[in-house]
Design a protein around this ligand. Structure first.
Ligand code: NAG
Length: 394
């Protein structure tokens, strides 16, 4: 965290050229203290654990992981964005993940409540949301529900608007074959949780793969098991875009918490409840700034741009910016240089934050006399680090 920006940029350039490499080889999730927000949503109390970085920053960002994620899957964005003191970075473990508790009920709107709760607990009242995987939909739902709190949201999967009748996963899987595993997660949630827990490291490695290590063809296409497609595959290599500490941290978190609560996204009550709630509310169209930073080689959905057309995302997000990043399912981990550059480009389009002058003075005062002052406040390199980055403005 004390590395000077110029070293960081040089390192980023270098590792950006190597597939499956690590932006910050020293990132140690266990070294980050966690705060606890006592939250309540729909009459249920719960504790959300989160990491709070650069609390003096004025541009608040909430980073929202997906499945099977954890706050630490934002390691590369934390390393990059935390070098710029304008960013106050808030990274929760969603309900049921890591040390965050689970009240026995969940939906996208309840998780959106959790994000507001965490933000307030961190002493802030507004933020931009950055989501990955299901964390994208949590972020979009939070933006849809609380446009007075959140200024924008980015995700890696397209927005699923709650319009028309509820569509069961069986129907969706007919068009998108590699979503068939979600039928298993929905129908046999307990069995799936047990299967995944039998060898946590192996289960996580099966999902955390990169472009260079594609899964077996049959992976994600079974409605009766998750890991059979990997039979005979040793999966004895570490997750390609994590250092050992990161992988161990992730494995230990899932060994402690189990998978059952984390499979909430796939259950019928979650899906149906989320759809019903949002479709009964008047507001359907999100006019606030949104971005889709999507991977081009995701084993789950090969062509996210086509999926987006299927979902009519464009009709429900009127200010959507698209970025395509070469990666499998984890663009923020696998291709952090391109992902961070896209994120930075999009964040730079927001109007500057206005804040109290004396607060600013105090902030400056803190750094007075520090030899590192220039380095601490130096902006992250302005030039694009990786070309070409496809950037389509709609
Ligand atoms: C779209 O959002 C960006 C921020 O990402 C903002 O700068 C721009 O003014 C918005 N455009 C419109 C038409 O609202």
């Amino acid at each position: 965290m004390t590395r000077s920006p110029s070293t960081a940029v040089a390192l980023s350039l270098f590792v950006g050229l190597v597939a499956g490499s690590i932006l910050d080889p020293d990132f140690d999730p266990a070294a980050y203290p966690q705060k606890v927000a006592n939250c309540e949503s729909e009459g249920h109390k719960l504790d959300i654990h989160y990491v709070d970085i650069n609390p003096d920053g004025h541009r608040n960002l909430v980073l929202v992981h997906g499945w099977p994620g954890l706050w630490s899957t934002w390691a590369n964005q934390i390393s990059y964005l935390s070098k710029d003191p304008q960013y106050h970075i808030i990274v929760p473990d969603l309900r049921g993940f890591g040390s965050s508790t689970h009240p026995g009920s969940a939906s996208f709107h309840e998780m959106a409540d959790d994000l507001v709760c965490v933000l307030y607990d961190a002493g802030e009242t507004s933020a931009i949301l950055i989501g990955h995987d299901w964390g994208s939909q949590v972020s979009y739902e939070a933006l849809r529900s609380f446009p007075d709190v959140f200024q924008g949201a980015s995700g890696t999967i397209p927005y699923i608007p709650s319009v028309g009748d509820f569509v069961p996963i069986e129907h969706i899987a007919k068009q998108l074959d590699h979503l068939t595993y979600q039928i298993y997660f929905e129908r046999e949630t307990n069995a799936a949780a047990s299967e995944l827990a039998a060898d946590v490291r192996r289960s996580l490695r099966s999902v955390y793969q990169d472009v260079a290590h594609p899964p077996p063809k049959a992976f994600l296409t079974s409605s009766t098991d998750f890991l059979k497609a990997y039979d005979g595959v040793p999966l004895d290599q570490r997750i390609p875009f994590m250092n050992q500490k990161e992988e161990d941290y992730l494995v230990q978190a899932y060994e402690r918490s189990g998978f059952l609560n984390t499979l909430q996204f796939y259950t019928h009550p979650f899906r149906f409840g989320s759809h019903e709630y949002a479709s009964k509310e008047g507001r359907k169209i999100i006019d606030e700034p949104t971005a889709l930073i999507y991977p081009d080689a995701d084993p789950v959905v090969e062509d996210w741009a086509a999926a987006m057309e299927l979902l009519h995302t464009r009709s429900f997000m009127t200010n959507l910016t698209l970025f395509k990043v070469h990666a499998a399912h984890w663009p923020q981990l696998e291709n952090p240089v391109a992902f961070n550059e896209a994120l930075r480009q999009w964040l730079d389009t927001f109007p500057p934050i206005e804040y109290e002058e004396d607060e600013h003075d105090e902030h400056e005062h803190e750094h007075e006399g520090s030899d590192d002052e220039d380095q601490l406040v130096a902006p992250i390199a302005d030039e694009p680090l990786l070309e070409p980055l496809l950037h389509e403005d709609l």
